[in-house]
Design a protein around this ligand. Structure first.
Ligand code: PEP
Ligand code: MN
Length: 352
């Protein structure tokens, strides 16, 4: 249920509504929009006494929620969610590019990749240190050692870090190092992990499960939002279909569909969605043309010898070409890539 306040509602009137929500043993999540405030009432749906709220001062209307998710919906938050990560924003007109290897393999590999992707125009560095591998005998990631190398790469380049968290027990460690937690496709419905990241204040990149519907993905996001963490980015990374020519099938439809159903930013991962180096650039451009708010791309200095996902990883020079082309597509749809950092002038003069 959502309680829509009149545009001129005062803070006290909003508090009165929230107190009434709490008195009914429900939770209130408030969206203070530019025009009016919307209070999302969440909790056990069997206890919703809508008429108790309609009569309170400056309540415009009480609306039922038609979906099983509420805080993730556009109905609750009509404007796009825009939030900051490192030095840039996501969800607005500017499109960030996240890039880096599938896995952190060594200090040298991550430092070299970080510098290369930074030079090519990336805004954030990805790199897994706990890897969800199909076989238990495949490389599982460097763990904390990998996080230390990632932190060094951030210090060197200024790029914020995006790293996958596979289990709740890894959160205390991860929160010491990372700027954005990735929830992988295989964990999209790990509800205790979703709840746990919902209790942190670290932005989350939530990947769509291999066989998850758009509705499943938005309900997974709801778990995180319900915990109070509202910096959630949805990531389309391809789904399993009958097609075997590519590793997965990119669901381009998901981009405009998610944007219409939800206020959360939507990012596309063309590396996992295609599984082949030769298709990554085409699909990255398609994503931006279709309205994606960002892309996440696997890049490796020596893909042939990568410990994981080498077949879909771009070489730095291929990635640099991709960024140039994606930039042109962004401009064609009235967006821009995140501009290069404003140079730091010690005397505070920017244009002089
Ligand atoms: C990854 O980003 O390397 C990864 C394992 O992604 P996904 O969860 O989408 O398969
Ligand atoms: Mn990968």
């Amino acid at each position: 249920m959502m309680i829509i306040m009149q545009p001129g509602a005062t803070r006290e009137q909003i508090s009165t509504v929230i107190d009434r929500v709490h008195a009914n043993r429900m939770e209130a999540h408030t969206n203070v929009g530019t025009r009016q405030t919307i209070i999302g009432v969440v909790g056990d749906r069997h206890n919703v006494p809508a008429d108790q709220f309609e009569s309170l001062p400056n309540v415009q209307s009480v609306e039922p929620v038609l979906k099983s998710y509420e805080l993730a919906s556009r109905q609750f938050h009509p404007e796009n969610s825009v939030f900051s990560l490192g030095g840039f924003t996501i969800g607005g007109d500017e499109i960030p590019v996240i890039a880096g290897p599938c896995s952190v393999e060594s200090r040298q590999q991550i430092l070299e990749t970080a510098q290369a992707v930074k030079e090519a125009g990336a805004n954030a560095l990805r790199g897994g240190v706990f890897k969800p591998r199909q076989s238990p005998y495949s490389f599982q990631g460097l763990g904390e050692e990998g996080l230390e190398y990632m932190a060094e790469a951030r210090a060197l380049t200024g790029l914020p870090l995006v790293v996958e968290v596979m289990a709740e027990s890894q959160l205390p460690l991860m929160s010491k190092y990372v700027d954005m937690l990735q929830i992988g496709a295989r964990n999209m419905q790990n509800y205790s992990l979703l709840r746990a990241v919902g209790e942190t204040h670290i932005p989350v990149l939530l990947k769509r499960g291999l066989s998850a519907t758009i509705d499943d993905l938005l309900n997974a996001a709801e778990y995180i939002l319900f915990g109070g963490n509202n910096r959630v980015v949805l990531c389309e990374r391809g789904i399993r279909t009958f097609e075997t020519a590519t590793r997965n099938t990119t669901d381009i439809n998901a981009i405009p569909v998610l944007k219409s159903l939800s206020h959360l930013p939507v990012v596309l991962d063309p590396s996992h969605s295609t599984g082949h180096t030769s298709f990554v650039s085409a699909v990255a451009k398609a994503a931006v043309a279709a309205g994606a708010d960002g892309i996440i791309v696997e890049v490796h200095p020596d893909p042939e010898h990568a410990f994981s996902d080498g077949q879909q990883s771009l070489k730095p020079e291929e990635f640099a070409r991709l960024v140039k082309q994606v930039k042109a597509v962004a401009e064609a749809v009235d967006r821009t890539l995140v501009p290069e950092e404003t140079p730091f002038f010690p005397n505070g003069v920017i244009n002089g």
